[in-house]
Design a protein around this ligand. Sequence first.
Ligand code: NG6
Ligand code: CA
Length: 502
Amino acid sequence: MKKIYFSLFMVLSVLLPATAQQKPNVIYIYADDLGYGDLSCYGATKLHTPNLDRLAQQGLRFTNAHSTSATCTPSRYALMTGQYPWRRTGTGILPGDAALIVPQDKITLPKLFKQAGYATAIVGKWHLGLGEKVEKDWNGEVKPGPVEVGFDYSFIFPATADRVPTVFLENHRVVALDPADPIEVDYQKKVGNDPTGKEHPELLKMKSSPGQGHDNTIVNGIGRIGFMSGGHRARWVDEEVSSTFMEKAAQFIDEHQKQPFFLYYTLTEPHVPRMPATQFKGKSGLGYRGDAILQLDWTIGQLMKQLKSLGLDQNTLIVFTSDNGPVLDDGYQDGAVTMRNGHNPAGPLRGGKYSALEGGTRMPFIVSWPGRTQGKVSDALVCQMDLLASFAGLLKQSIPAREARDSENLLAAFLGKDKTGRKVLIEQGQRDATAVIQGDWKYIQPHPGASYMEDVGIESGNSKEPQLYNLKSDIGEKQNLAKQFPEKVKEMDDLLIKIKGN
Ligand code: NG6
Ligand code: CA
C-alpha cells in the first residue's frame, strides 16, 4: 500500500509542476531605439550581447518582425490597442505633458491578461500620455494612465528620458515628491528658475546637438526637451534609471511568483540621453550608446537569473524586441557617431529610426518559451501589434467585436510552427504610413518629404518616385524595381489605399 502511495506521489510530483500552473507568465521586454544590427545574435561584431544571445538560443529569433512605426508612441499604441496607430490622429511622438491617448473603454493588451486571471504590471517608459488633459497637477493623483488601461501595478516615467518631467510615478503618484517643492511642467515657456541648456551650456555634462533642441531645463547636468520647476528631490539620476526599473521589475516578479503574471518591462536603453551606470561607462568602446546596450544586455541576464532562481524560467514566455529602429545622433553629442568604430546599428537594413525603410520598423525580436517554441530562427512576417490577438488565442479569451481589429492571431508563427505569418503589413515612417509589405515585396508610395534627415543622418525612405523592393533578394532595399514591375506597383498601391481606408 505504502508503495502505491509512494508511486502515486512520484507520478504527481512529476506531473504537477507542469500542470499546476498551465498559463505561462509573460514578460514583454521593450528596448527603446535598439536596431536590427545591435545584438551579436543579429550579426553585430563590435558589440557582444551574451545574455540576449542566450535568450535567442533557448528560444526563437525572428528575422522579419516589425513594430508598426518608426517612432515610439505609435508603436506602443499599436501594441497596447491592436490597432494601426495612424487610424487615429494624435498618436505621434508625444510631449511629456500629453494626455492619455489609449482608450479606456476598449480592450488593451494588459486588460486581456487581466481578463485571463493574470496579475499585470508595467515597469519602465510609458510615452502614451497621462491624465485627461495637457494641463494637469503633477502633485496630486495623476490619472488616467497605465492603471486605468489595464495595469494592476505601474512604475513608469511619463514620456522619454530626454523629456520633462524627469520623475518616476508609482501608480498615480510621483515618487519621492516633496509637497513643499511642487512640480510644474510647461512645454511652451520656461517655468521656475532652474537653468536651461540654452542659457547655461557650461553647466552641461553632455552637450546637446546643435539645432536639435534638448536645451530646455537642465536635470542631472543634461538639457531636456520641455521646462520643469520644482520636484527636485523626485528627479531621477540618469545613471540609476535602469537599475531602478530593474529593481521594481524584480520585486513585482518576486511578489507574484505564485500566480500567472504579465510584466510589460519597457527599458530606456539605448534611447537618448544615454547615460549608463558607472560600471558600464566606457565598456563597449563605442561610446555611451554601446555602453547602454551592454547595460541592457546585463539587465536581461539578471532577469533570467532571477527567473531561474525562483523556478519560473520554464514556464515564463519572454518576448524581447524594440519599439523602433536605431539612431546615432538623436540630440546629444555622446560619442555614438564619433566612436562608432564601424558598428552598424541597423545591420544590413537601410534607414533607421523615423524611416519608412526597413531600418525603421524591422526589429530584433526574440520569443523564448522553453520547450514550446519550435526551431531557432523564423522568417515569418509578424508585427508587435499581433500579440494582442495571439495571446487572446493562447489564453482562449475573446476580443470584443471591432476592437483590436488590426491584430492578427499569429500564435502558430510566434511559436515557430507557422513559417509565413502575416500576408500584409503596413509600415509607418516618421509620420505617414507610406509603406506596405506583401510576401517578398515592399512598396513605398511617393512622398514629398525630404529623402535624407540631416539632423539625425538617416534616410527617410521618402522619394517623389514610387519604390518597389524585393526584400527576399534585397533586404537592404538597394534596387528599386518599380519601373520594371509597374503592375506590382499599382497592385500594392491599391492595397495600401484600401487597408488605410478600411
Ligand atoms: C524627437 C526628439 C528625439 C527623441 C524622439 C522621441 C527632437 C529634435 N528630437 O522629437 O530626441 O526624443 O523625439 O523618440 O526633439 S521616441 O523613441 O520616443 O520616439
Ligand atoms: Ca523609441
